[in-house]
Design a protein around this ligand. Structure first.
Ligand code: PGA
Length: 249
């Protein structure tokens, strides 16, 4: 049995004040007993507020990005170690915005995944094809290549220590979600691949769908056999809409 996991990727949004009122409202909405794991992924400046306001709530939080070296002369960066030291549980690795806008290549993604695992964080590894790649019939080839590169030579201590987010690039932030059957097809292939890569563990790794998930389409994805949750951007910025999505799980 895989516990569903729904994550809020705030991207580069919110001030301190906005973050605090979000946390307060979310804590009012979310019942203490629930069958879905919630993860909030604020920008780095707001992580300390997640630590403060979500402590003891059972709502997890993590970072959207961190650099894999433990410390050093890396101006502007925050390390995986520092994020873990603050109490984070998750780290997004390989998000398509970071791959595309910040040159995060497969090598860096692999180092981030490894550093996250070594630092006690759970990587949320994002994979997904562009529209061109899908139209050329190469969606699975691209996703498989991203998985193989990011997870090369890696020991997975347990299936709970890894989350995969299948996010077709063309569906992110566009309002045009993938067709559920297409998301299921790729998720099933990811699961099969993980089963071979991590015998005995892979089948139990959780796979999220991400890309224009909203309250009105969340259940279409969350009901699919190989999709165990969602990575939500735009629709996660409002606590009501985020909780409505999470409830569909
Ligand atoms: P979106 O973003 O929900 O706004 O499409 C998803 C993501 O980037 O993780």
């Amino acid at each position: 049995m895989r516990t569903p996991i729904v994550a809020a990727n705030w991207k580069m949004h919110k001030t301190c004040e906005e973050a605090v009122s979000y946390f307060r409202r979310l804590l009012e909405l979310v019942p203490a007993r629930r069958e879905v794991e919630l993860v909030i992924l604020p920008p780095a400046t707001l992580l300390f507020l997640a630590q403060k306001h979500l402590a003891g709530s059972g709502i997890a939080w993590g970072a959207q990005h961190a650099y894999p070296e433990p410390q050093g002369a890396f101006t502007g960066e925050v390390s995986v170690t520092q994020v873990a030291d603050l109490g984070a549980s998750f780290l997004v690795c390989g998000h398509s915005e970071r791959r595309r806008l910040f040159g995060e290549d497969d090598g860096l993604v692999a180092r981030k995944v490894r550093a996250a695992l070594e630092g006690g964080l759970i990587p949320i590894l994002c994979v997904g094809e562009t529209l061109e790649e899908r139209e050329a019939g190469r969606a699975w080839e691209v996703v498989r290549g991203q998985l193989a590169a990011a997870l090369a030579d890696l020991e997975l201590p347990s299936p709970e220590r890894l989350v995969i987010a299948y996010e077709p690039v063309w569906a992110i932030g566009t309002g045009v979600a993938a067709r559920p059957q297409d998301a299921q097809e790729v998720a099933a292939r990811i699961r099969h691949w993980l089963g071979e890569r991590f015998p005995g563990l892979g089948e139990r790794v959780r796979i999220q769908y991400g890309g224009s998930v909203k309250p009105d389409n969340a259940s279409d994805f969350l009901a699919l056999p190989d999709i165990d949750g969602a990575l939500v951007g735009g629709a996660s910025l409002d606590p009501e809409s985020f909780w409505e999505i999470a409830r569909a799980a």
